[in-house]
Write a protein that binds this ligand. Structure first.
Ligand SMILES: [Zn+2]
Length: 342
């Protein structure tokens, strides 16, 4: 079975006529990140749909499914057969463009949605670490850098940079927070001050919402959930105290600034990014439900703190067939959940 069955379903599901797929339909959760009019460097702006694609995707969702607020999830889990067309729509990270662009588009179509914010980034405006890593690989001046935990890195032509960025992102994702923070600091030190400022201004797509803007979304009916405090994976190599703090502090910050916070989404959220201590920390922090990024459909057999969620691709096609077929990923999800139960 492919490691990411969601990718398999995405590639081949679109060839199945919707009428054949529909009877398999079960409630699902979908997610996107930001929405931009145009992205000028997809090598670093990896998290945003372009407006035209996003509008096409949400129109397809509205036509083919019933989008419900996340408050209906208990009912969907308990009665999946009554929710064969139910979709919960969510967005991760908390980019400012979710207020300036996505919120208007979703409101126009009457689609409820939930936003998961990483509270440290709302507090400080610090960019998503993976964006900063990409920025280093593609925009740091040519030269040799001694980066802690990663070793010497030479940056030269485009090909040289292309080759290194993927493996480095992967290694950073699996690193403990303290080490990953040292790596990031060394990478940012490679930029002359004004160059970094100019780059951060140029890629305004990566700017996070302020608390005032999150409150604005809340007033407009958007549910606000937590995407940890820092945007780092909560895997087994993270210190238990770090993982507990990520879950607890994110909820405390949201409850102080916005109001009740019942939902959590794990940063990165795949099998390598979520440990047993992570879901237990999320449970103990008082959330009702938490979402991974594993594919699958919702029902009462699942661990409520390890629910599946499907990432909407940049140019997602064939959703009417693909969404019902996500059910094919349930055995893999169930097997992982069994392992995570100890
Ligand atoms: Zn995220």
């Amino acid at each position: 079975m492919p490691r990411r069955l969601g990718n398999f379903v995405r590639r081949f599901g679109k060839f199945v006529p919707p009428v054949l797929a529909r009877p398999f339909g079960r409630p699902v959760t979908l997610f996107f990140h930001g929405v931009e009019p145009h992205t000028d460097d997809p090598r670093v702006q990896t998290n945003h749909h372009e407006v035209d694609d996003f509008v096409r995707i949400i129109k397809t969702i509205k036509t083919n499914f019933q989008v419900l607020p996340l408050a209906a999830i208990s009912d969907a889990l308990a009665h999946p057969d009554r929710h064969h067309r139910t979709v919960f729509l969510t967005s991760d990270d908390g980019y400012a463009n979710t207020l300036t662009i996505a919120a208007d588009l979703l409101e126009e179509m009457g689609l409820p949605w939930t936003l998961f914010v990483s509270t440290h980034h709302v507090d400080t405006g610090e960019r998503n670490p993976m964006f900063l890593v990409r920025l280093f690989f593609y925009y740091a001046p040519c030269g040799h850098y001694d980066i802690p935990c990663l070793g010497p890195i030479a940056l030269g032509d485009q090909q040289m940079r292309d080759r290194q960025v993927g493996p480095a992102v992967e290694r950073l994702r699996l690193m403990a927070f303290a080490d990953a923070s040292r790596v990031l600091a060394a990478m940012l030190a490679a930029f002359p001050d004004n160059t970094l400022r100019q780059l951060l201004a140029r890629f305004s797509s990566e700017v996070f919402l302020s608390w005032e803007q999150v409150a604005d979304l809340k007033r407009r009916g958007v549910e606000i959930g937590a995407h940890a405090h820092h945007h780092w994976a909560m895997h087994a190599d993270q210190a238990p105290a770090f993982v507990r703090d990520e879950a607890r502090r994110a909820r405390a910050r949201i409850e102080k600034e916005i109001g009740v916070c019942s939902y959590f989404a794990y940063p990165h959220g795949n099998t390598d990014d979520v440990s047993r201590s992570a879901w237990e920390a999320v449970r103990d922090a008082g959330y009702d439900y938490a979402f991974t990024t594993l594919s699958g459909t919702l029902d009462a057999s699942l661990n409520p703190f390890l629910l599946p969620r499907f990432c909407l691709g940049a140019d997602e096609r064939g959703l009417p067939s693909l969404v019902p077929l996500l059910r094919a990923a349930n055995p893999r999800l169930a097997e992982w959940q069994r392992k995570m139960a100890g």
